[in-house]
Write a protein that binds this ligand. Structure first.
Ligand SMILES: C[S@@+](CC[C@H](N)C(=O)[O-])C[C@H]1O[C@@H](n2cnc3c(N)ncnc32)[C@H](O)[C@@H]1O
Length: 390
């Protein structure tokens, strides 16, 4: 086991009793509803009722709408979710190759959208980062899938300054996202032992902010020998350098461009040179997940760990609410492998994580907390930390 049974139980209790507050649980349910309502809105905006009078596959719908080819992934997941959760559309056939047929037009969701948004806001202003992010997806839907296919990728990788605030809120201020960094930091603190940490996809800094906040609070900054913060966006790397370099001057920092879809050695991360590879909501970006993990394995010293705080798919074919917007990005929707161990793009199911870690040669893998054990009391639970040891 990468994590002892005792630590696993302790982590599960902490999630259940402290991290997953009543507000978090309530907001998660509301955001799920919000996503369904906005999908109903898109269904109406695009006239899908008329298009689906005859049964059709997602690729045909994308072509009929003049969308780019991979928009079929976006439409497929949206229609499956809408069909399963609202009945507006009939979903038939094998998962990921479904045929969709119109059942009934969803009623105009505008009033309920406003109502749910107000309920979310009542839980705390930061929770509206999640509704704002979905709203942005609704506004950008056709633009991203037809007119400017690179649009959402520019936003997600920090290439559009005017949306920096939206993305920062969506990844850091939103309490539903922020908890990923808190979960990762709690696990990491127990693993660190003065070695070198490589953070991948560090982005706007959720992972480092939680980790160093926690280590500093506990007088444990010396648990990090060297911290190499990386991302594919140099804008993000430099902003984090500015923030964390100043705040924690005693830490031995490295700041680097790193593309997780390229080899480690060619990016000057030498074999057996790192003790922990850390990522918060970034590892799933890997197009070839097993290849990426093999690279991690090679870069780690014997006994080293990968620690990935991740959004997981609780059921294999679910579409997460924030994928309303993320599925408009090419990099998010085109990280599939069409393999039995990773049938959906981007986010993985816990079983998929176990399978890919095994294939990459890791000796053990754990997914924390006990997601099945928490299912009855928090059915919409969506966050986990994947830990594997070399
Ligand atoms: C969902 S964000 C998470 C960011 C950060 N860890 C956080 O939680 O605030 C994903 C990050 O992965 C980065 N990214 C996208 N493609 C990447 C790639 N090929 N290699 C490395 N990082 C990438 C993005 O720039 C972005 O910062």
């Amino acid at each position: 086991m990468a994590v002892s049974a005792e630590r696993r139980a302790d982590f599960t209790s902490w999630c259940r009793d402290e991290l997953f507050t009543p507000e978090i649980r309530q907001a998660t349910g509301l955001i799920n509803r919000y996503c369904d309502l906005q999908l109903a809105g898109v269904y109406r905006d695009l006239g899908l009722g008329a298009i689906l009078r005859e049964p059709k596959k997602a690729a045909d719908i994308a072509a009929e709408l003049g969308f780019v080819d991979t928009a079929s992934i976006t439409l497929r997941d949206a229609l499956r979710r809408l069909g399963e959760r609202t009945g507006a559309v009939k979903v038939e056939g094998e998962p990921l190759d479904e045929t969709f047929t119109h059942v009934e037009d969803p009623s105009d969701p505008a009033d309920e959208i406003a109502d749910v948004r107000a309920q979310v806001a009542a839980l705390g202003a930061d929770f509206t980062a999640a509704t704002d992010f979905i709203d942005f997806g609704r506004e950008s839907f056709v633009k991203s899938l037809k007119d400017d296919p690179d649009y959402m990728d520019k936003l997600l990788s920090g290439r559009m300054k005017e949306f920096a605030e939206l993305w920062h809120r969506a990844t850091n201020a939103d309490p539903l996202q922020d908890l990923h960094g808190a979960m990762g930091a709690r696990v990491l603190e127990t693993i660190l032992d003065g070695g070198t940490v490589l953070e991948i996809g560090g982005g706007t800094g959720n992972g480092a902010r939680h980790l160093f906040g926690r280590l500093a609070e506990h007088g444990n900054l010396d648990k990090v020998g060297k911290y190499i913060f990386t991302d594919i966006s140099m804008r993000f790397v430099l902003a984090s350098k500015h923030e964390f370099g100043k705040k924690y001057p005693s830490v031995d920092w490295g700041w680097k461009f790193f593309d997780l879809n390229k080899g480690f050695a060619e990016q000057k991360i030498e074999p057996a040179s790192v003790d922990v590879i850390y990522a918060v909501n970034a590892a799933h970006v890997a197009k070839d997940i097993v290849g990426f993990l093999k690279g991690c394995h090679e870069a780690l010293r014997p006994g080293g760990h990968v620690v990935f705080a991740e959004r997981i798919r609780m059921s294999q074919y679910e579409m997460a609410p924030r994928e309303f917007t993320l599925n408009l990005s090419i990099y998010h929707r085109s990280a599939p492998q069409k393999a039995d161990y990773r049938p959906m793009h981007c986010y993985l199911h816990p079983d998929n994580w176990h399978a890919v870690m095994d294939k990459a040669g890791f000796s053990s893998c754990d997914v924390l907390p006990d997601v099945d054990g928490l299912k009855t009391e928090f059915p919409d639970q969506y966050a986990a930390v994947v830990v594997a040891q070399k």
